[in-house]
Design a binder for this molecule. Structure first.
Ligand SMILES: [Zn+2]
Length: 420
């Protein structure tokens, strides 16, 4: 068998013939020719037999490694004149538009990124993390289930911050499947408007309930004409408890600022470690943290009262109370919070009173809180991993290829091209 034939078989790329194989230090360069005489626009379905011109330099793509060898595919491409996109370099059947990697290579990276940490992935595949981000964006663009926006009934809208408050993402999940079906940069009314625009009036009208946090932005969007006007707005327990934790965090920061003004700086330093034992659920505390918590209790004061309020709020949503009981307990909580005189909790009580109908709707409709909480926790982990990415879009892509409706097909799981 000739080397060119062997490499055509081994690489198994669609629509090519191999014309040359060249061994360089650590890299095998395989020159190929496209078999089809028709030229294809990389951006759309347009095909033509007319070439605009030929690119003077050859294009190259990295394919899956052969053992320790890097593999580079090279081809001289023609340009076409697409009526929609203008003069473009023709598309190739084995790689996505604007990519320097074959689809097989990208599919592998797309899957690895969902399960493997940054250092391991970059060392194994020999690409940097920013490149990984760009690959994942392309995998997401072509891989998500196109039917993901059909048959949405109960949905959740969430915001997450990327790079600590520099940038925000809005994510929409399907409550039935527990998967994210949509995401975009931003966290305001206009961001969620984009979702409803994409959904269209007919599919938006099918939505029966939308769960969200207690801010005003998402509700405003859902209520716009043509959006989910008939849907019940739910403020799910997860977000209510989160608001309690945020209020506690504000009190804690205030106390810490006060301590820093004192001459005894040790107190401030010791106190800094208290953060996690206050924010964690008591069941999850380490022994050391439990000791710190008991000390805080003995000391009492605002911080301890704030902690007790946060825990009381969490207990209301443990999942074992009826709607009526939750209503009663919430009233009790709000008066306690109001009486505490601590500003973050006074504000929280006002918000909860104003949002009570929506909070109770979430209990009544049984919006799946455990699933929501689990999804949120996983998003946080992904966001941490996406930290080094070049853009919020890449972070979003990592979330979607991990927790969205996508089926990862690895190169060896696909039917062999040469057999087909
Ligand atoms: Zn085109």
């Amino acid at each position: 068998m000739r080397a060119t034939t062997v490499f055509k078989r081994l690489m198994d790329l669609p629509g090519i013939t191999v014309t040359d194989v060249n061994f360089q230090p650590a890299t095998v360069v395989v020159t190929v020719k496209l078999r089809s005489r028709k030229l294809r626009c990389p951006q759309c379905e347009f095909t033509t037999r007319a070439r605009y011109d030929t690119r003077p330099v050859s294009s190259s793509w990295r394919h899956l490694d052969f053992g320790r060898w890097r593999l580079e595919v090279r081809a001289t491409l023609r340009r076409i004149d697409c009526p929609t996109h203008g003069a473009r370099t023709e598309g190739v059947p084995f790689a996505r538009a604007n990519s320097h990697f074959t689809r097989d290579f990208e599919d592998l990276v797309g899957w690895l990124a969902t399960t493997m940490d940054k250092t391991a992935l970059c060392r194994l595949v020999r690409i940097d993390w920013a490149t990984t981000g760009r690959i994942i964006e392309r995998v997401m663009a072509t891989g998500l289930d196109p039917a993901r926006l059909d048959n949405l009934f109960v949905i959740g809208a969430d915001e997450v911050s990327w790079r600590k408050g520099h940038s925000y993402l809005t994510l929409v999940s399907n409550n039935d499947t527990g998967k994210f079906v949509w995401g975009n940069e931003g966290k305001d009314t206009a961001t969620l408007d984009c979702f409803f625009d994409e959904l269209g009036e007919e599919r938006s009208a099918q939505i029966t309930a939308v769960s969200m946090d207690m801010g005003a932005a998402f509700e405003k969007s859902a209520r716009k004409p043509g959006h989910a006007t008939k849907a019940v707005i739910c403020f799910d327990p997860f977000h209510v408890v989160q608001a309690g934790t945020q209020a506690l965090e504000k009190v804690r920061r205030g106390v810490w600022q006060d301590l820093r003004q004192l001459p005894d700086q040790d107190a401030a330093r010791r106190f800094k470690g208290a953060r996690w034992c206050l924010l964690k659920n008591p069941d999850d505390l380490t022994d050391e943290q439990a000791v710190t918590l008991r000390k805080l209790k003995r000391r009492g004061g605002d911080l301890w009262r704030a902690y007790a309020l946060k825990e009381a709020l969490r207990a209301i949503f443990a999942g074992d109370l009826s709607e009526g009981e939750v209503a009663m307990m919430l009233d009790r909580f709000c008066s306690r919070a109001q009486r505490s005189g601590m500003k973050p909790f006074v504000t929280l009580a006002q918000t909860i009173r104003k949002r009570k109908a929506g909070i109770l709707a979430a209990i009544r409709l049984g919006v799946n809180n455990a699933r929501h909480e689990g999804l949120n926790r996983r998003v946080r982990l992904i966001i941490n991993r996406a930290y080094g990415f070049h853009s919020a879009k890449a972070a979003l892509a990592l979330i979607m290829v991990t927790l969205g409706p996508i089926k990862h097909v690895l190169p060896h799981e696909r039917v062999l091209v040469s057999d087909a």
